[in-house]
Design a protein around this ligand. Structure first.
Ligand code: NAD
Length: 493
């Protein structure tokens, strides 16, 4: 990816491959040989599209984790002492290494996670990793003079926290790992990473590439289960936890932090609403709405998960989205033409199936999809648009985290705003209108960490990102993101 600041809502959706020739599979095999468990050991990780074994994840234990934290703690003072300039240089070199290994990383990610190589998917995700790393490496968090009145001179400076524990989900495993790792390393912390048990190999491969340039023990990956995650967040030598995952796990991490007083950044689940105002042009917004909802086959934290459309243009929006859902190619990620893939795991497939069946039973109108796609593979579910549903049904009220969008009709914008705000989550939201000022007025009334206008879900390495209510707290990205992995210190005098 040449653009250093990719926006997730601005995908190349034409299915064209950015690389003319896929890198040889040998490069994937080489990385796997370095990161996976020795022959006969570890847990088999299966290709989400085909069920074939991709590799074997090491099964690290709580004892392995304790040893890793001890090493990261011992390495931290020297890493901090290197200073910003040298750390920045190393992180930029690490970003170059990601670019050099991009095709192999994307192919491994595509198999393990299921996402296609093309569209806003695997190659896009790997490109975002180097872009975010470069931005973190070059962003400066200046000391802030808070009082300078001739008698008192006080400055707020930002120091490393110590050892950061990074715990991630399976939907954007590499990119979210970099979101956590890059600012933490930049500020002089060392990091222990615990990837999701569904997608450990992609993250271990990424760390392997980064570790080609980083000093020993500055960045350590531990491939373990929930018990290992729980130990990481409660460990006495962990000073900060960067967590991205479900709200339920976020609550457990908050409880753990009562013990070790670890600082927390919690990026949790969402159920983002979109509100289409009566003056919007259905044809002009259809593609933006579609990708807002279906990016990464709907398995995205800040995806559009329930759409409120004004009565006057309801049918036009519904049919435009239905047409797109039927024509966007879905299938195995390594096939270059696909831009939608499978659900990553059986549990998520079952959630999507249950929610769609329930919506159908309650009178929802299936405009597209509405059923699995078994001819493509066990975990494929057709891109689904369900119209004529209301607040209160499970597909609207629960996070589907998959390719199924409910569309709700409204006639009074106050009701649509009340609907957007009625759930106990608030990660993102969007307002769609031909009148930007009017859209901004509606946006100001919505309880969400980000409200987009005429797009949904775009993130940028310099624009702070975080949730409110049950979607968590703390900000990532840009200068605010650097503050989040630092401790403020006042120098007075
Ligand atoms: P999850 O909470 O089940 O798991 C996330 C991680 O937490 C995994 O690595 C898991 O092993 C670990 N974990 C489990 N129990 C733990 C414990 N007690 N202590 C510490 N760690 C523990 O989430 P998931 O199913 O992997 O991800 C899907 C969820 O993540 C969705 O709700 C989605 O909206 C959310 N998400 C949010 C964002 C965001 O930026 N806000 C981004 C991506 C995903």
């Amino acid at each position: 990816m040449s653009d250093p600041t990719p926006a997730l809502a601005d995908p190349a959706v034409d299915g064209a491959a950015p690389a003319a020739e896929p890198a040889p599979e040998a490069a994937v095999t080489e990385i796997l040989a370095r990161v996976q468990a020795p022959e006969g050991q570890g847990r088999a990780i299966r290709d989400a599209a085909t069920g074939d074994v991709v590799g074997r994840a090491p099964e690290h234990t709580v004892d392995d984790l304790d040893a890793a934290i001890a090493r990261a703690k011992a390495a931290q003072p020297a890493w901090d002492a290197l200073g910003h300039e040298e750390r920045s240089r190393l992180l930029l070199e690490a970003a170059d290494r990601i670019d050099a290994a991009a095709e192999a990383l994307a192919r491994l990610l595509s198999r393990e996670q299921g996402k296609p190589l093309n569209g806003p998917n695997a190659r896009f995700e790997v490109g975002a990793c180097s872009a975010w790393l470069r931005t973190a490496a070059t962003t400066v968090l200046e000391p802030q003079v808070v009082v300078d009145d001739g008698e008192v001179h006080a400055e707020l400076v930002y120091r490393a926290v110590g050892v950061v524990g990074a715990i991630g989900p399976w939907n954007w495993p590499m990119m979210i790992a970099v979101w956590q790792i890059a600012p933490a390393l930049r500020m002089g912390n060392t990091v222990v990473v615990k990837p999701s048990e569904y997608t450990p190999l992609s993250v271990l491969a990424l760390l392997d590439v980064l570790n080609q340039v980083l000093p020993a023990d500055v960045l350590i990956g531990i491939s373990g289960d929930r018990e290992v995650g729980a130990r990481l967040s409660s460990h006495p030598d962990i000073d900060k936890v960067m967590f991205t995952g479900s709200t339920a796990t976020g609550r457990k991490i908050i409880e753990s932090s009562a013990g070790n007083l670890a600082r927390l950044t919690l990026e949790l689940g969402g159920n983002d609403a979109g509100i289409v105002l009566p003056d919007a042009d259905p044809q002009a917004i259809a593609e933006g709405l579609f990708w807002g909802a279906f990016i990464n086959t709907g398995q995205t934290c800040a995806a559009l998960k329930r759409l409120y459309v004004h009565d006057s243009i309801y049918e036009d929006v519904v049919s435009a989205l239905g047409a797109l859902a039927q024509q966007i190619p879905m299938g195995r990620g390594l096939d270059e033409q696909n831009v939608l893939g499978p659900l990553q795991n059986r549990q998520q497939f079952d959630i999507v199936s249950r929610l769609v069946e329930d919506a159908k039973a309650r009178g929802g109108r299936v405009v597209a999809g509405g059923e699995p796609a078994p001819e493509l593979g066990e975990l494929f579910y057709r891109a689904t648009i369900i119209a004529d549903v209301e607040d209160g049904i499970a597909l609207v009220d629960e996070e589907q985290f998959g390719p199924a969008l409910p569309i709700i009709r409204y006639s009074d914008v106050d009701d649509a705003v009340a609907s957007a705000n009625r759930l106990d989550v608030g990660l993102g939201a969007s307002v769609w209108s031909s009148d930007r000022e009017q859209a901004r007025e509606v946006a100001a009334r919505i309880q969400a960490g980000t409200v987009w206008i005429n797009s949904h879900g775009g993130v940028h390495p310099m624009i702070p990102f975080g949730g409110v209510k049950g979607s968590g707290y703390g900000l990532e990205f840009g200068v605010e993101g650097l503050k989040a992995v630092s401790v403020p210190q006042v120098i007075n005098g």
